[in-house]
Ligand binder design. Structure first.
Ligand SMILES: Cc1cc2nc3c(=O)[nH]c(=O)nc-3n(C[C@H](O)[C@H](O)[C@H](O)COP(=O)(O)OP(=O)(O)OC[C@H]3O[C@@H](n4cnc5c(N)ncnc54)[C@H](O)[C@@H]3O)c2cc1C
Length: 426
Protein backbone atom coordinates (compact mmCIF):
# COMPACT_ATOMS: atom_id res chain seq x y z
CA UNK A 1 0.00 0.00 0.00
CA UNK A 2 1.41 3.46 -0.85
CA UNK A 3 2.45 5.51 2.16
CA UNK A 4 0.57 8.83 2.06
CA UNK A 5 1.45 10.96 5.08
CA UNK A 6 0.08 14.15 6.60
CA UNK A 7 2.61 15.82 8.87
CA UNK A 8 0.73 18.03 11.34
CA UNK A 9 3.08 20.83 12.36
CA UNK A 10 2.61 23.02 15.40
CA UNK A 11 5.66 24.32 17.26
CA UNK A 12 8.20 22.43 15.16
CA UNK A 13 8.49 24.76 12.16
CA UNK A 14 11.82 23.74 10.65
CA UNK A 15 13.58 21.31 8.34
CA UNK A 16 16.88 20.75 10.19
CA UNK A 17 16.95 18.12 12.95
CA UNK A 18 13.28 17.43 12.34
CA UNK A 19 12.18 13.82 12.94
CA UNK A 20 8.89 14.33 11.10
CA UNK A 21 10.50 15.33 7.79
CA UNK A 22 13.54 13.07 8.17
CA UNK A 23 11.31 10.03 8.54
CA UNK A 24 8.81 11.03 5.85
CA UNK A 25 11.38 11.19 3.06
CA UNK A 26 10.44 7.85 1.55
CA UNK A 27 6.68 8.41 1.62
CA UNK A 28 4.77 8.35 -1.69
CA UNK A 29 2.94 11.56 -0.87
CA UNK A 30 3.52 14.14 1.88
CA UNK A 31 1.18 16.87 3.06
CA UNK A 32 2.83 19.26 5.57
CA UNK A 33 -0.12 20.86 7.34
CA UNK A 34 -0.60 23.70 9.81
CA UNK A 35 -3.95 24.36 11.39
CA UNK A 36 -4.54 27.68 13.15
CA UNK A 37 -7.40 27.51 15.60
CA UNK A 38 -9.27 30.86 15.83
CA UNK A 39 -9.46 30.18 19.60
CA UNK A 40 -5.79 31.12 19.88
CA UNK A 41 -6.53 34.66 18.78
CA UNK A 42 -9.88 35.21 20.54
CA UNK A 43 -10.22 37.11 23.87
CA UNK A 44 -10.32 34.87 26.95
CA UNK A 45 -11.75 35.32 30.48
CA UNK A 46 -9.18 37.99 31.50
CA UNK A 47 -10.04 40.11 28.44
CA UNK A 48 -7.07 39.33 26.18
CA UNK A 49 -6.22 36.55 23.73
CA UNK A 50 -3.83 33.67 24.38
CA UNK A 51 -1.70 34.79 21.42
CA UNK A 52 -0.89 38.48 21.18
CA UNK A 53 0.21 40.36 18.06
CA UNK A 54 3.99 39.97 18.51
CA UNK A 55 3.88 36.20 18.70
CA UNK A 56 1.23 36.02 15.98
CA UNK A 57 3.46 38.07 13.66
CA UNK A 58 6.47 35.89 14.50
CA UNK A 59 4.38 32.77 13.81
CA UNK A 60 3.17 34.05 10.43
CA UNK A 61 6.75 34.93 9.42
CA UNK A 62 7.86 31.46 10.49
CA UNK A 63 5.16 29.86 8.35
CA UNK A 64 6.23 31.94 5.34
CA UNK A 65 9.85 30.90 5.81
CA UNK A 66 8.95 27.22 6.14
CA UNK A 67 6.69 27.34 3.11
CA UNK A 68 9.41 28.83 0.94
CA UNK A 69 11.93 26.22 2.15
CA UNK A 70 9.47 23.39 1.49
CA UNK A 71 8.76 24.74 -1.99
CA UNK A 72 12.48 24.76 -2.73
CA UNK A 73 12.42 21.01 -2.00
CA UNK A 74 9.48 20.16 -4.23
CA UNK A 75 6.88 20.27 -1.47
CA UNK A 76 4.62 22.96 0.04
CA UNK A 77 2.97 23.97 3.29
CA UNK A 78 -0.80 23.85 3.58
CA UNK A 79 -2.07 26.42 6.10
CA UNK A 80 -5.71 26.43 7.16
CA UNK A 81 -7.73 28.30 9.79
CA UNK A 82 -10.09 26.06 11.76
CA UNK A 83 -10.22 23.18 14.20
CA UNK A 84 -7.69 20.38 13.63
CA UNK A 85 -10.08 17.61 14.65
CA UNK A 86 -12.31 18.66 11.73
CA UNK A 87 -9.77 19.73 9.12
CA UNK A 88 -7.23 16.92 9.46
CA UNK A 89 -9.73 14.04 9.03
CA UNK A 90 -11.17 15.94 6.01
CA UNK A 91 -7.69 16.06 4.44
CA UNK A 92 -7.16 12.37 5.17
CA UNK A 93 -10.38 11.50 3.36
CA UNK A 94 -9.86 13.87 0.44
CA UNK A 95 -6.31 12.72 -0.32
CA UNK A 96 -6.64 9.05 0.73
CA UNK A 97 -3.90 9.52 3.31
CA UNK A 98 -2.72 6.48 5.23
CA UNK A 99 -0.91 8.11 8.16
CA UNK A 100 -0.85 11.29 10.26
CA UNK A 101 2.29 12.17 12.20
CA UNK A 102 2.87 14.93 14.70
CA UNK A 103 5.24 15.88 17.52
CA UNK A 104 4.27 14.54 20.95
CA UNK A 105 2.95 17.20 23.34
CA UNK A 106 3.23 17.49 27.10
CA UNK A 107 0.42 19.75 28.30
CA UNK A 108 -3.33 19.57 28.72
CA UNK A 109 -4.81 21.65 25.88
CA UNK A 110 -2.34 20.32 23.33
CA UNK A 111 -2.89 16.72 24.47
CA UNK A 112 -6.66 17.16 24.32
CA UNK A 113 -6.40 18.59 20.81
CA UNK A 114 -4.31 15.61 19.71
CA UNK A 115 -6.77 13.22 21.33
CA UNK A 116 -9.68 14.89 19.49
CA UNK A 117 -7.86 14.50 16.16
CA UNK A 118 -6.94 10.88 16.95
CA UNK A 119 -10.57 10.09 17.71
CA UNK A 120 -11.64 11.19 14.21
CA UNK A 121 -8.97 9.28 12.28
CA UNK A 122 -9.43 5.80 10.76
CA UNK A 123 -5.93 4.83 12.01
CA UNK A 124 -3.78 5.79 14.99
CA UNK A 125 -2.11 9.17 15.20
CA UNK A 126 1.67 8.72 15.27
CA UNK A 127 3.38 10.96 17.83
CA UNK A 128 7.14 11.51 17.74
CA UNK A 129 9.03 13.06 20.64
CA UNK A 130 10.87 16.29 19.74
CA UNK A 131 11.35 19.73 21.41
CA UNK A 132 13.97 18.70 24.01
CA UNK A 133 17.74 18.29 24.07
CA UNK A 134 17.45 14.86 25.70
CA UNK A 135 14.94 12.43 24.26
CA UNK A 136 12.20 11.34 26.67
CA UNK A 137 13.18 7.69 26.10
CA UNK A 138 16.79 8.41 27.07
CA UNK A 139 16.08 9.77 30.57
CA UNK A 140 18.03 7.72 33.12
CA UNK A 141 14.90 7.35 35.32
CA UNK A 142 11.20 6.66 34.73
CA UNK A 143 9.34 9.96 34.39
CA UNK A 144 7.34 9.19 37.55
CA UNK A 145 10.61 8.99 39.49
CA UNK A 146 12.20 12.10 38.02
CA UNK A 147 14.15 14.01 40.71
CA UNK A 148 12.08 16.91 42.07
CA UNK A 149 14.99 19.29 42.33
CA UNK A 150 16.74 20.63 39.22
CA UNK A 151 20.29 20.04 40.51
CA UNK A 152 19.61 16.34 41.09
CA UNK A 153 17.97 16.08 37.65
CA UNK A 154 20.96 17.78 36.03
CA UNK A 155 23.53 15.60 37.79
CA UNK A 156 21.80 12.36 36.78
CA UNK A 157 21.29 13.52 33.21
CA UNK A 158 24.86 14.72 32.81
CA UNK A 159 26.26 11.44 34.15
CA UNK A 160 23.93 8.94 32.62
CA UNK A 161 22.26 10.26 29.45
CA UNK A 162 23.43 11.17 25.98
CA UNK A 163 22.12 13.70 23.48
CA UNK A 164 21.22 12.08 20.19
CA UNK A 165 22.79 13.46 17.01
CA UNK A 166 20.76 15.83 14.80
CA UNK A 167 18.73 14.49 11.88
CA UNK A 168 20.05 15.55 8.48
CA UNK A 169 18.10 18.26 6.65
CA UNK A 170 16.22 16.71 3.70
CA UNK A 171 17.29 17.93 0.27
CA UNK A 172 14.10 16.84 -1.47
CA UNK A 173 10.72 15.80 -0.19
CA UNK A 174 7.95 13.51 -1.49
CA UNK A 175 5.30 14.99 -3.82
CA UNK A 176 2.65 17.30 -2.38
CA UNK A 177 -0.97 16.26 -3.17
CA UNK A 178 -3.37 18.24 -5.42
CA UNK A 179 -4.27 20.76 -2.75
CA UNK A 180 -4.53 24.55 -2.58
CA UNK A 181 -1.88 25.47 0.03
CA UNK A 182 -3.97 28.37 1.40
CA UNK A 183 -3.09 32.03 1.84
CA UNK A 184 -0.81 32.80 4.76
CA UNK A 185 -2.64 34.74 7.46
CA UNK A 186 -1.85 38.30 8.43
CA UNK A 187 -2.47 40.24 11.63
CA UNK A 188 -5.41 41.97 9.94
CA UNK A 189 -7.17 38.57 9.57
CA UNK A 190 -7.39 38.43 13.35
CA UNK A 191 -8.35 42.06 13.88
CA UNK A 192 -4.95 43.63 14.58
CA UNK A 193 -3.26 46.58 12.89
CA UNK A 194 0.17 45.92 11.47
CA UNK A 195 2.90 46.09 14.11
CA UNK A 196 4.92 49.21 14.63
CA UNK A 197 8.46 48.01 15.27
CA UNK A 198 9.62 49.65 18.49
CA UNK A 199 13.05 51.20 17.83
CA UNK A 200 14.16 50.53 21.42
CA UNK A 201 13.61 46.75 21.11
CA UNK A 202 16.60 44.52 21.96
CA UNK A 203 16.30 42.87 18.54
CA UNK A 204 14.04 43.09 15.54
CA UNK A 205 12.94 39.45 15.87
CA UNK A 206 12.11 37.88 12.52
CA UNK A 207 10.28 34.54 12.59
CA UNK A 208 11.47 31.47 10.71
CA UNK A 209 14.16 28.82 10.56
CA UNK A 210 16.59 30.84 8.44
CA UNK A 211 16.53 33.96 10.69
CA UNK A 212 16.85 31.61 13.71
CA UNK A 213 19.92 29.89 12.27
CA UNK A 214 21.35 33.28 11.43
CA UNK A 215 20.94 34.39 15.04
CA UNK A 216 22.74 31.25 16.28
CA UNK A 217 25.56 31.92 13.83
CA UNK A 218 25.75 35.55 14.99
CA UNK A 219 25.82 34.75 18.70
CA UNK A 220 28.14 31.75 18.63
CA UNK A 221 30.46 32.31 15.66
CA UNK A 222 30.35 35.88 14.33
CA UNK A 223 30.56 37.75 17.63
CA UNK A 224 31.61 34.81 19.86
CA UNK A 225 29.37 36.30 22.54
CA UNK A 226 28.87 32.78 23.86
CA UNK A 227 32.36 33.08 25.39
CA UNK A 228 31.07 35.67 27.86
CA UNK A 229 27.48 34.50 28.28
CA UNK A 230 27.76 33.67 31.99
CA UNK A 231 28.97 37.19 32.81
CA UNK A 232 26.49 39.07 30.61
CA UNK A 233 23.30 37.01 30.91
CA UNK A 234 21.83 39.04 33.80
CA UNK A 235 21.88 42.30 31.87
CA UNK A 236 18.84 43.79 30.16
CA UNK A 237 19.98 46.29 27.51
CA UNK A 238 21.20 45.49 24.01
CA UNK A 239 20.95 42.52 21.63
CA UNK A 240 23.79 40.29 22.85
CA UNK A 241 23.73 40.09 26.66
CA UNK A 242 21.94 36.76 26.20
CA UNK A 243 21.41 34.50 23.19
CA UNK A 244 17.82 35.58 22.34
CA UNK A 245 17.32 32.09 20.89
CA UNK A 246 14.07 31.65 22.84
CA UNK A 247 11.47 32.78 20.24
CA UNK A 248 12.93 30.43 17.62
CA UNK A 249 13.25 27.59 20.13
CA UNK A 250 9.67 28.10 21.30
CA UNK A 251 8.21 27.68 17.81
CA UNK A 252 10.69 24.97 16.88
CA UNK A 253 12.30 27.11 14.17
CA UNK A 254 15.59 25.94 15.63
CA UNK A 255 16.34 22.71 17.43
CA UNK A 256 17.96 22.68 20.90
CA UNK A 257 20.15 19.78 19.72
CA UNK A 258 21.42 21.95 16.89
CA UNK A 259 22.29 24.73 19.37
CA UNK A 260 24.10 22.15 21.50
CA UNK A 261 25.97 20.85 18.46
CA UNK A 262 27.09 24.38 17.62
CA UNK A 263 28.26 24.99 21.20
CA UNK A 264 30.30 21.79 21.01
CA UNK A 265 31.82 22.76 17.65
CA UNK A 266 32.70 26.15 19.11
CA UNK A 267 34.31 24.52 22.15
CA UNK A 268 36.37 22.27 19.89
CA UNK A 269 37.56 25.28 17.86
CA UNK A 270 38.12 27.84 20.63
CA UNK A 271 38.01 25.94 23.92
CA UNK A 272 35.31 25.41 26.53
CA UNK A 273 34.74 27.73 29.47
CA UNK A 274 32.06 28.37 32.11
CA UNK A 275 30.07 30.45 29.65
CA UNK A 276 29.87 27.85 26.89
CA UNK A 277 28.79 25.31 29.53
CA UNK A 278 26.23 27.75 30.92
CA UNK A 279 24.35 28.10 27.66
CA UNK A 280 23.92 24.32 27.62
CA UNK A 281 22.94 24.50 31.32
CA UNK A 282 20.10 26.91 30.48
CA UNK A 283 18.88 24.59 27.74
CA UNK A 284 18.78 21.91 30.39
CA UNK A 285 16.39 24.08 32.44
CA UNK A 286 14.20 24.19 29.36
CA UNK A 287 14.20 20.37 29.18
CA UNK A 288 13.61 20.06 32.90
CA UNK A 289 10.49 22.23 32.76
CA UNK A 290 9.08 20.22 29.83
CA UNK A 291 9.53 16.97 31.74
CA UNK A 292 8.12 18.59 34.90
CA UNK A 293 5.07 19.64 32.86
CA UNK A 294 4.63 16.20 31.36
CA UNK A 295 4.65 14.66 34.79
CA UNK A 296 2.58 17.34 36.53
CA UNK A 297 -0.45 17.16 34.20
CA UNK A 298 -3.04 19.76 35.10
CA UNK A 299 -1.31 20.72 38.36
CA UNK A 300 0.86 22.92 36.13
CA UNK A 301 -2.11 25.27 35.72
CA UNK A 302 -3.64 24.93 39.22
CA UNK A 303 -3.28 27.74 41.74
CA UNK A 304 -1.81 25.34 44.28
CA UNK A 305 0.64 24.05 41.67
CA UNK A 306 2.69 20.96 42.43
CA UNK A 307 2.48 21.50 46.18
CA UNK A 308 -1.25 22.06 46.47
CA UNK A 309 -0.39 25.04 48.68
CA UNK A 310 -2.86 27.96 48.42
CA UNK A 311 -1.38 31.26 49.67
CA UNK A 312 -4.02 34.00 50.23
CA UNK A 313 -4.53 36.28 47.21
CA UNK A 314 -6.33 39.51 46.31
CA UNK A 315 -8.84 39.39 43.44
CA UNK A 316 -7.82 42.91 42.40
CA UNK A 317 -8.28 43.29 38.64
CA UNK A 318 -7.27 46.97 38.73
CA UNK A 319 -3.93 46.18 40.33
CA UNK A 320 -3.43 43.47 37.71
CA UNK A 321 -4.19 45.94 34.92
CA UNK A 322 -1.70 48.41 36.35
CA UNK A 323 0.94 45.65 36.45
CA UNK A 324 0.25 44.69 32.81
CA UNK A 325 0.43 48.32 31.66
CA UNK A 326 3.56 49.21 33.64
CA UNK A 327 1.71 51.53 36.06
CA UNK A 328 2.69 50.13 39.46
CA UNK A 329 4.50 52.11 42.16
CA UNK A 330 7.84 50.47 41.20
CA UNK A 331 9.69 52.13 38.31
CA UNK A 332 11.94 49.07 37.83
CA UNK A 333 8.89 46.79 37.40
CA UNK A 334 7.16 49.31 35.13
CA UNK A 335 10.16 49.59 32.83
CA UNK A 336 10.17 45.81 32.30
CA UNK A 337 6.43 45.65 31.77
CA UNK A 338 6.72 48.47 29.20
CA UNK A 339 9.42 46.59 27.34
CA UNK A 340 7.24 43.47 27.28
CA UNK A 341 4.10 45.31 26.14
CA UNK A 342 5.90 47.28 23.42
CA UNK A 343 8.21 44.56 22.06
CA UNK A 344 7.08 41.08 23.24
CA UNK A 345 10.40 40.44 25.00
CA UNK A 346 11.89 40.82 28.47
CA UNK A 347 15.16 39.55 29.99
CA UNK A 348 15.16 36.59 32.36
CA UNK A 349 16.13 38.84 35.27
CA UNK A 350 13.21 41.12 34.44
CA UNK A 351 10.78 38.19 34.26
CA UNK A 352 11.85 36.96 37.68
CA UNK A 353 11.39 40.40 39.20
CA UNK A 354 8.00 41.26 37.73
CA UNK A 355 6.69 37.77 38.48
CA UNK A 356 7.86 37.94 42.08
CA UNK A 357 6.33 41.42 42.41
CA UNK A 358 2.94 40.17 41.18
CA UNK A 359 2.97 37.14 43.49
CA UNK A 360 4.63 38.40 46.64
CA UNK A 361 4.12 42.17 46.69
CA UNK A 362 0.76 42.56 44.98
CA UNK A 363 -0.46 39.14 46.24
CA UNK A 364 -2.33 38.47 42.99
CA UNK A 365 -3.10 35.09 41.46
CA UNK A 366 0.13 33.96 39.77
CA UNK A 367 -1.96 32.42 36.97
CA UNK A 368 -3.07 35.92 35.87
CA UNK A 369 0.56 36.88 35.43
CA UNK A 370 1.30 33.66 33.54
CA UNK A 371 -1.70 34.33 31.27
CA UNK A 372 -0.46 37.86 30.50
CA UNK A 373 2.98 36.46 29.66
CA UNK A 374 1.31 33.86 27.45
CA UNK A 375 -0.41 36.69 25.55
CA UNK A 376 2.51 39.09 25.39
CA UNK A 377 5.72 37.04 25.07
CA UNK A 378 7.10 36.48 21.61
CA UNK A 379 8.88 33.38 22.98
CA UNK A 380 5.93 31.93 24.89
CA UNK A 381 6.43 28.26 25.57
CA UNK A 382 3.73 26.56 27.60
CA UNK A 383 6.13 24.50 29.77
CA UNK A 384 8.83 27.14 30.31
CA UNK A 385 6.27 29.82 31.10
CA UNK A 386 3.92 28.05 33.47
CA UNK A 387 6.65 26.09 35.24
CA UNK A 388 8.77 29.23 35.78
CA UNK A 389 5.72 30.99 37.22
CA UNK A 390 5.03 28.04 39.55
CA UNK A 391 8.62 28.22 40.67
CA UNK A 392 8.49 31.96 41.46
CA UNK A 393 5.05 31.66 43.06
CA UNK A 394 6.54 29.09 45.44
CA UNK A 395 4.24 26.25 44.40
CA UNK A 396 6.63 24.42 42.07
CA UNK A 397 9.48 22.02 42.72
CA UNK A 398 11.83 24.51 44.32
CA UNK A 399 12.86 23.48 47.83
CA UNK A 400 12.76 27.21 48.72
CA UNK A 401 9.08 27.95 49.05
CA UNK A 402 9.23 31.72 49.04
CA UNK A 403 11.16 32.96 45.98
CA UNK A 404 11.00 36.63 46.84
CA UNK A 405 12.92 39.19 44.79
CA UNK A 406 13.36 42.44 46.68
CA UNK A 407 12.71 44.97 43.90
CA UNK A 408 14.73 47.83 45.38
CA UNK A 409 17.76 45.58 45.96
CA UNK A 410 17.45 44.02 42.51
CA UNK A 411 17.26 47.43 40.86
CA UNK A 412 20.36 48.58 42.74
CA UNK A 413 22.25 45.42 41.79
CA UNK A 414 21.20 45.01 38.16
CA UNK A 415 20.42 48.59 37.13
CA UNK A 416 22.78 50.52 39.37
CA UNK A 417 22.78 53.72 37.28
CA UNK A 418 19.11 53.45 36.35
CA UNK A 419 19.92 53.23 32.61
CA UNK A 420 17.47 50.43 31.93
CA UNK A 421 14.67 52.00 33.95
CA UNK A 422 15.09 55.35 32.17
CA UNK A 423 15.27 53.64 28.77
CA UNK A 424 11.87 51.99 29.24
CA UNK A 425 10.10 54.72 31.17
CA UNK A 426 7.63 56.00 28.59
C1 LIG B 1 8.15 34.06 34.95
C2 LIG B 1 8.98 33.53 33.79
C3 LIG B 1 8.36 33.16 32.60
C4 LIG B 1 9.11 32.66 31.53
N1 LIG B 1 8.47 32.31 30.36
C5 LIG B 1 9.19 31.77 29.34
C6 LIG B 1 8.56 31.37 28.14
O1 LIG B 1 7.33 31.45 27.97
N2 LIG B 1 9.35 30.89 27.12
C7 LIG B 1 10.71 30.75 27.27
O2 LIG B 1 11.37 30.30 26.31
N3 LIG B 1 11.31 31.09 28.42
C8 LIG B 1 10.61 31.60 29.45
N4 LIG B 1 11.26 31.97 30.61
C9 LIG B 1 12.70 31.64 30.77
C10 LIG B 1 13.70 32.73 30.35
O3 LIG B 1 13.36 33.95 30.93
C11 LIG B 1 13.80 32.88 28.82
O4 LIG B 1 13.98 31.61 28.22
C12 LIG B 1 14.98 33.76 28.45
O5 LIG B 1 14.88 35.01 29.09
C13 LIG B 1 14.99 33.96 26.93
O6 LIG B 1 16.04 34.77 26.54
P1 LIG B 1 17.31 34.15 25.82
O7 LIG B 1 16.91 33.25 24.71
O8 LIG B 1 18.22 35.25 25.50
O9 LIG B 1 17.90 33.22 26.98
P2 LIG B 1 19.38 32.75 27.30
O10 LIG B 1 19.73 33.28 28.64
O11 LIG B 1 20.29 33.03 26.20
O12 LIG B 1 19.20 31.16 27.47
C14 LIG B 1 19.31 30.26 26.37
C15 LIG B 1 18.04 29.43 26.28
O13 LIG B 1 17.90 28.63 27.44
C16 LIG B 1 16.51 28.49 27.77
N5 LIG B 1 16.27 29.06 29.09
C17 LIG B 1 16.99 30.01 29.72
N6 LIG B 1 16.47 30.23 30.95
C18 LIG B 1 15.42 29.43 31.07
C19 LIG B 1 14.47 29.19 32.10
N7 LIG B 1 14.51 29.84 33.28
N8 LIG B 1 13.48 28.30 31.87
C20 LIG B 1 13.41 27.63 30.71
N9 LIG B 1 14.27 27.81 29.70
C21 LIG B 1 15.27 28.68 29.89
C22 LIG B 1 15.74 29.26 26.71
O14 LIG B 1 15.33 28.37 25.70
C23 LIG B 1 16.78 30.24 26.18
O15 LIG B 1 16.52 30.65 24.85
C24 LIG B 1 10.52 32.50 31.69
C25 LIG B 1 11.13 32.89 32.87
C26 LIG B 1 10.38 33.40 33.92
C27 LIG B 1 11.07 33.80 35.20
Amino acid sequence: MPQRVLVWLRSDLRLHDQALFAQAQKADCLLPFVCLSPQLFAPQALGFSKTGPFRAQFLFESLADLRSQLRARGSDLCVAVGEPEVLIPEMVKKHRLTEVWTEAEATDEELREQAAVALNLPFSLRRLWGKTLYHLDDLPFPLAEMPHVFTQFRKMIEKQAIIRPCYATPETLPPFPEQEPGILPTLADFGWDSLLREPRAVLSFQGGERPGLKRIHHYIWETQCVKHYKETRNASLGPDYSSKFSPWLALGCVSPRFVYQEIQRFEQAFGANDSTYWLYFELLWRDYFRFVALRAGNRLFARGGLRGHLPPIHQDRDAFQRWCQGETSEAFVNAHMNELRLTGFMSNRGRQNVASYLCHDLHLDWRWGAAWFEHALIDYDVCSNWANWLYIAGVGNDPREHRYFNIAKQATRYDAKGDYTRYWTT
